[in-house]
Design a protein. Structure first.
Length: 187
């Protein structure tokens, strides 16, 4: 099987390749050579199975680290520049969040609120990951969602110039009605 080297699936493979031997990589990336021929729901099912295979091979903790590495790549330099620009055009974190809520998304599908000076609550009313948003059956755990959590970490750290910690409360792909993240801002 020829493992993809481009796109998100290729990036996923390259990250995994640094952590496992070739046999384990082949098992995890099973059917990835025909991935591009899949319809969106089948692609989501592939990711669900791949993350289950990943966890079986390396365990939960290492699987989370791999998905976090994916999230760091997913939040590209372009995303970070947008975050910095929106923050520089804002007079407060609240104003920044209002801009992010409206930036390139339909009204009401994304909702960041400032709970207090050190806490942002993010609600998403649809899954924004193009790889899995068409999933027909729930994922068995939140491992995949650590990609999104890390994306948020990178995005908010770029905007705020401070370290943040992102906590996953619930996600659509594991069966919730919405995704909910808490972004804790460090001093």
């Amino acid at each position: 099987m020829k493992i993809p080297r481009t796109g998100r699936i290729g990036r996923f493979a390259k990250i995994i390749e640094k952590e496992v031997d070739q046999e384990a990589l082949q098992r995890i990336m099973q059917d990835s050579d025909i991935y591009e021929s899949f319809k969106p729901d089948k692609k989501a099912a592939w990711w669900k199975s791949a993350v289950e295979r990943l966890e079986k091979e390396v365990g939960e903790r290492e699987s989370i680290k791999i998905m976090q590495a994916c999230g760091r790549k997913c939040c590209s330099e372009g995303h970070r520049k947008i975050a910095k620009r929106l923050m520089s055009e804002s007079n407060s974190i609240q104003e920044f969040l209002e801009k992010v809520n409206k930036y390139r998304v339909k009204e009401g599908e994304i909702d960041y609120k400032l709970k207090d000076e050190k806490t942002i609550i993010g609600h998403f009313y649809r899954c924004f990951c193009g790889q899995v948003k068409q999933a027909k059956t729930p994922f068995q755990n939140r491992i995949y969602c650590h990609c999104s959590a890390e994306f948020h970490k990178q995005f908010f750290e770029a905007a705020l110039g401070k370290k943040v910690k992102v906590e996953i409360l619930q996600t659509i792909i594991i069966g919730a009605k919405s995704c909910e993240f808490i972004i804790h801002i460090n001093n």
